[in-house]
Design a protein around this ligand. Structure first.
Ligand SMILES: *[C@@H]1O[C@H](CO)[C@@H](O)[C@H](O)[C@H]1NC(C)=O
Ligand SMILES: *[C@@H]1O[C@H](CO)[C@@H](O)[C@H](O)[C@H]1NC(C)=O
Length: 329
């Protein structure tokens, strides 16, 4: 019944004949290489896609009327419901809260904190990857921060292997594609004495047997530091002076899933409901609005070539500073 309503509404609002909509659907499937198993699945995915398409259309109409500072798009996730995306792709474990008490960051006074920074310009950020239908965000996020520190140390930016962490860090408390922790990624790398490069141990979108080899080792760390909870000023100081920082965010809302570009400023993005790990690679101010520059692992078809700008100094919006961690070599 619900689906039928959405379909009818989509038809009215889009003002397309159903054949025009069919054409858009066929084009979208080709663009994103979508293949479905059976007719039931096709009908369901099409209905979800139409519902999302309508959501995007409405949002973008409101955005052009000045009601929102970002646009949404019918991206490769548009055939999934919000619940499915949250279940299959977020996978950051929340029990990390038990470690909030042990902030291991020592406040350093007199740091020179730039007004803005974009570590991509310094070659500290590897290309955006796509985690696929695997809850491995924690691996991409933690390695992103380590890649930056390795680049600082060695002068070379070498993409590190999330698959290595997915397959090998279960003894440290991670659950592969079923989810994991930023801190436990570093615990593994410290215990293991290193992590392989992406090129040596490529990503497979699913759990596999542990195949770590010291021959492919391209990263290591000795320690990691958890920033004070919810403190955007300290996060800014660390991002500005140290480099990219692994963070957790609330990525539960459809507006996040279908984010296309602009400043993500959604007042109901609750900082306590964090479920996804990403990487802060910079910050700045645009048209008087402070933002965090954030790298996601949902491919370059999502957001601004795989990145999102999240409103900064808006009361820890989406929990951007709720759990921030960086490694030291
Ligand atoms: C259709 O495909 C979906 C998704 O792969 C699957 O879960 C479902 O069991 C299939 N249904 C039938 C009738 O084969
Ligand atoms: C947090 O503190 C406890 C007690 O001092 C310690 O056992 C634990 O290893 C610490 N956790 C981290 C992540 O540093």
């Amino acid at each position: 019944m619900h689906i039928l309503c959405a379909l009818l509404l989509a038809f009215l609002v889009l003002g397309h004949s159903s054949s025009a909509l069919n054409k858009l659907w066929e084009e979208w499937k080709i663009k994103h290489s979508k293949v479905y198993d059976n007719q039931t699945e096709i009908v369901f995915r099409r209905a979800v896609w139409e519902k999302n398409k309508l959501l995007v259309l409405r949002h973008n109409q409101e955005a052009s009327a000045g009601k929102h500072s970002f646009t949404m798009g019918v991206n490769h996730l548009a055939d999934m419901t919000a619940d499915e995306i949250n279940e299959k792709m977020n996978g950051l474990k929340l029990e990390e809260a038990v470690q909030f008490g042990n902030s291991t960051f020592r406040q350093v006074s007199g740091l020179s904190v730039p007004q803005s920074v974009d570590w991509r310009k310094y070659g500290m950020v590897s290309p955006v990857q796509n985690q696929g239908l695997c809850g491995s965000c924690w691996a991409f996020s933690s390695l992103g921060a380590l890649e930056g520190q390795m680049k600082k140390q060695t002068g070379a930016l070498v993409p590190l292997s999330p698959q290595n962490l997915v397959d090998c860090s279960t003894n440290d408390g991670n659950l592969g594609c079923r989810g994991g922790y930023i801190s436990k990624s570093y615990s593994y790398i410290i215990r293991n004495g290193g992590v392989d490069s992406e090129s040596f141990y490529p990503y497979e979108h699913q759990n596999g047997k542990c195949r770590y080899s010291v021959k492919g080792k391209a990263g290591y760390c000795a320690n990691f530091h958890i920033l004070p909870q919810g403190d955007e000023k300290t996060l800014q100081a660390v991002v500005g002076s140290v480099g990219p920082v692994a963070v957790a965010v609330n990525a539960m809302l459809p507006s996040f899933h279908l984010y296309r570009g602009g400043l993500y400023n959604v007042p109901n993005c609750n900082p306590r409901f964090i479920n996804h790990a990403v990487l802060v690679v910079g910050y700045g101010t645009d048209g008087g609005q402070d933002f965090w520059l954030v790298k996601n692992s949902w491919g370059t078809a999502w957001g601004e070539e795989g990145f999102i700008r999240i409103a900064r100094n808006k009361g820890n919006l989406c929990g951007i500073a709720s759990f921030a961690v960086y490694p030291t070599l």
